[in-house]
Design a binder for this molecule. Structure first.
Ligand SMILES: Cc1cc2nc3c(=O)[nH]c(=O)nc-3n(C[C@H](O)[C@H](O)[C@H](O)COP(=O)(O)O)c2cc1C
Length: 420
């Protein structure tokens, strides 16, 4: 059986030092321990001590971007078998009972789908205060196991209940909780936050472009297309869920950034070309963006005005860089290069021609005649040298997950890129 995984949240109380002994006991019994310290806890114990004892990275800050890429806070809360709060301060109990999530510890506690065990420690008056009594009752009602604190002399000199139970007693409560832990209630249709290295694209870097580009004519007008960015963003989300490091170069669309995705916003095709080039090397590039073929040859620095004569101003066009073809020719060509093609007629024939012309590995052809860009579903044909794989019409997030499965399968036999 796999070693039980404990997420240990340490609150800022005088008894925090006992958490060190608890980590030692848990490690000795073969458990995997990840520690999270509240800001107050850092006043009592150091992350370094806990990292050394747990032999794992210690987490303190919710807004640590690097960790958010490597391990999202939701995943951190889900990959444990049990979440243990020790010492649980009066403050932590209050925030937990109220559903407050204003730091890493409480965010994890609100986001977890695993059982929670709290070992309180505080001054006797704090423990007996009606507010704490209410909070403990609420938490127990919510299914949290709140241990009774020990009774005795306190660090402050007072006497009564409020001392942290001994580490051995907390360990026994942990064993008991693990033995009786119910399976988490699944939320249907939700991504699976299995441990990162179990995910099919773990260790892979994937670049995705999405959305339209806007090509300015003057300061207030631009050439655009109807791309909504929804399919590209769904693909970025699915790639991140599958464990990949994802760089999303997005044209101007008002969509939220999917969790775990690094997003770079651009406006024009030329800006997108620069960001894509800088994003290489990657294991796979998926060019979903509907890049404008042409831009205004000259952008007016001031708004072009009607002069009342009825004369129409000339609009000369210049060709934009072909981003897909340039990536295909680049010295850093990704091992798997995928282009998208939105077509209104002869979808597969056009896709086959595009595959040969652009020098990519797959063209994902998208029939936009029946359901124009911006819809919620897609019917795709994956055209490659191996032939044509036609899928049923599916919601865009389902399309994205299916595409990730195919990409993971394709990359399976190739070693991940060497990284600095
Ligand atoms: C020296 C000292 C000892 C403290 N010990 C405790 C304690 O044992 N239990 C407790 O609930 N609060 C204790 N506090 C107060 C907490 O540190 C304070 O409520 C803090 O906001 C808790 O933050 P946290 O819940 O995010 O860890 C202590 C404060 C100080 C200065």
């Amino acid at each position: 059986m796999a070693a039980p995984r404990i997420l240990l949240i340490i609150g800022g109380g005088i008894a925090a030092y006992k958490a060190i002994e608890l980590v030692r006991l848990l490690r000795k019994s073969g458990m995997v321990v990840r520690c999270v310290l509240t800001r107050a806890a850092e006043q009592f114990v150091t992350p370094l001590t806990l990292a050394a004892l747990s032999e794992n990275k210690v987490y303190t800050n919710l807004f640590d971007l690097k960790d958010e890429v490597e391990m999202g806070h939701i995943q951190l809360s889900r990959e444990a078998d049990l979440v243990v709060v020790a010492p649980a301060t009066a403050d932590l109990l209050a925030r937990m009972a109220a559903g407050i999530a204003d730091d890493l510890a409480t965010t994890l506690l609100l986001a977890t789908d695993k059982p929670v065990l709290a070992a309180p420690a505080m001054n006797v008056r704090m423990w007996l205060h009606p507010a704490t009594r209410r909070n403990v009752a609420t938490l127990r009602g919510d299914g949290v196991t709140v241990m009774e604190p020990d009774e005795g002399e306190m660090a402050c000199g007072e006497y009564g209940p409020g001392r942290l139970p001994e580490p051995a007693a907390i360990k026994a409560a942990i064993d008991d909780a693990l033995a009786h832990a119910p399976a988490p209630a699944p939320l249907t249709g939700q991504p699976d936050f299995a441990p990162a290295d179990h995910r099919p694209l773990f260790g892979r870097r994937i670049l995705i472009t999405a959305g339209p580009t806007h090509e300015p004519i003057d300061p207030v007008r631009y050439i655009a297309n109807r791309s909504s960015g929804k399919q590209g963003f769904a693909i970025a989300a699915a790639a991140a869920e599958a464990g990949a490091e994802v760089l999303l170069v997005a044209g101007p669309v008002p969509l939220p950034t999917p969790p775990g995705v690094i997003r770079i916003d651009v406006e024009t095709a030329r800006e997108m070309a620069v960001e894509v080039e800088q994003g290489l090397p990657v294991d796979a590039a998926i060019m979903v963006a509907a890049v404008a073929d042409w831009r205004a040859a000259d952008t007016a620095s001031q708004k072009i005005k009607k002069d009342g004569s009825g004369a129409v101003p000339p609009l000369a066009l210049a060709e934009n860089p072909d981003i897909l073809a340039s990536v295909a020719k680049s010295a850093q060509r990704p091992p798997l290069l995928i282009g998208f093609a939105a077509e209104t007629n002869d979808v597969i024939a056009h896709a086959e021609a595009k595959l040969a012309r652009k020098g990519c590995d797959w063209i994902v052809a998208n029939d936009v005649s029946a359901d124009p860009m911006g819809g919620e579903t897609n019917r795709l044909h994956i055209v490659s040298k191996a032939g044509v794989d036609s899928w049923d019409r599916l919601p865009k997030d389902a399309v994205a997950r299916k595409l990730m499965e195919k990409i993971a399968h394709e990359l399976e036999t190739r070693a991940p890129l060497e990284r600095d």
